[in-house]
Ligand binder design. Structure first.
Ligand code: C2E
Ligand code: CA
Ligand code: CA
Ligand code: CA
Length: 279
């Protein structure tokens, strides 16, 4: 039994080393991908439930590797977060989203809001408010066209510092959204403590609507609570007309999901905006 235990121990160490090696490799490749311009943003339309018009876009990071093709952010964001890459990466995303948003405005397309995901680690490494202000100034995008998405766990990490940073962003005119709402903890305290504009209902609650009565009750409660607090409520992961009908009935403000569009390259998003302007 002892020998067995020992070999299991060795195996564990080996796999840890293997995992560390893989992380280092991904980190090095990510740095070079940034340098070589292999990172890009896709944009997923966000629509008004009431009017069906595009009101914004969530910018989602993509890594276009010459050998592997498109690599999902679920694979490399966690690695980036445990390394120094997340700082420059987050800065690049913010700048690129603002640049693109302003380019669409300059091209005469209807103005939409750009929602950018913000990582917890990034917040510790650089000042998010400064980074946002710089990206806005460099691009010329009006502050009210920028929205930052933070998860509840990010808010909970260092609440007092976070409150101050969010307050500065609010003063700039940038909007704050709570991403994956309902999946973190002590969410109701956050709503009181932080200057929040938008609740994004996590897609996990949409998935089984209308089959799951529980998920319908939870979503309806989030919508009602958001409304009575004067917040905007956006449902993500909307895939079926039934889900959209449910949101309309409950008075949800906006939605995004495969029902209308997957995240698409910038040119394709511009065409969606153009088509809407011509209607
Ligand atoms: P998220 O912020 O919760 O983004 C929503 C994810 O759901 C996206 O996956 C999107 O493509 C996907 N999605 C959208 N509509 C639907 C739908 O109708 N059904 C289903 N099943 N899925 C839908 P994606 O693009 O793979 O991104 C995964 C996660 O990676 C994001 O989750 C976010 O946490 C992170 N991420 C993406 N871009 C960035 C970034 O620029 N910075 C940071 N820090 N994180 C990012
Ligand atoms: Ca998000
Ligand atoms: Ca989300
Ligand atoms: Ca998520």
């Amino acid at each position: 039994a002892k020998a067995h235990g020992r070999s299991a121990h060795c195996f564990f160490d080996e796999s840890m080393i293997q995992a560390a090696r893989e992380r280092l490799e991904i980190e090095a490749r990510l740095r070079s991908a940034m340098a070589r311009g292999h990172l890009l943003l896709h944009y997923q339309p966000q629509l008004s439930v009431a009017t069906g018009r595009i009101v914004g876009a969530e910018a989602l990071l993509r890594w276009n590797d010459p050998e592997e093709g498109l690599i999902s952010p679920a694979r490399f964001i966690p690695v980036a977060e445990t390394s120094g890459v997340i700082g420059p990466l987050g800065q690049w995303v913010m700048q690129e989203a603002c640049r693109q948003g302003q380019a669409w405005r300059a091209a005469g397309l209807p103005a939409v809001r750009l929602a950018v995901n913000v990582s917890p680690r990034q917040f510790q490494l650089d000042d998010m408010a400064v980074c946002a202000a710089q990206a806005l100034a460099a691009s010329g995008l009006p502050a009210h066209c920028l929205e930052l998405e933070l998860t509840e766990s990010v808010l909970a990490e260092r609440p007092e510092e976070m409150r101050q940073v969010l307050q500065r962003l609010r003063e700039l005119g940038v909007r704050i959204a709570v991403d994956d709402f309902g999946t973190g903890y002590s969410s109701l305290v956050h709503l009181k403590r932080f200057p929040i504009d938008v609740l994004k209902i996590d897609q996990g609650f949409m998935r089984d609507i209308p089959a799951s009565g529980d998920d319908m009750a939870i979503s309806a409660t989030i919508i009602a609570m958001g409304r009575s607090l004067g917040l905007n409520v956006l449902a993500e992961g909307v895939e079926t007309p039934e889900q959209l009908a449910f949101l309309r009935e409950r008075g949800c403000d906006s939605y995004q999901g495969y029902l209308f569009s997957r995240p698409v390259p910038a040119e394709q998003f511009a065409r969606l905006l153009q088509a809407q302007a011509e209607k």
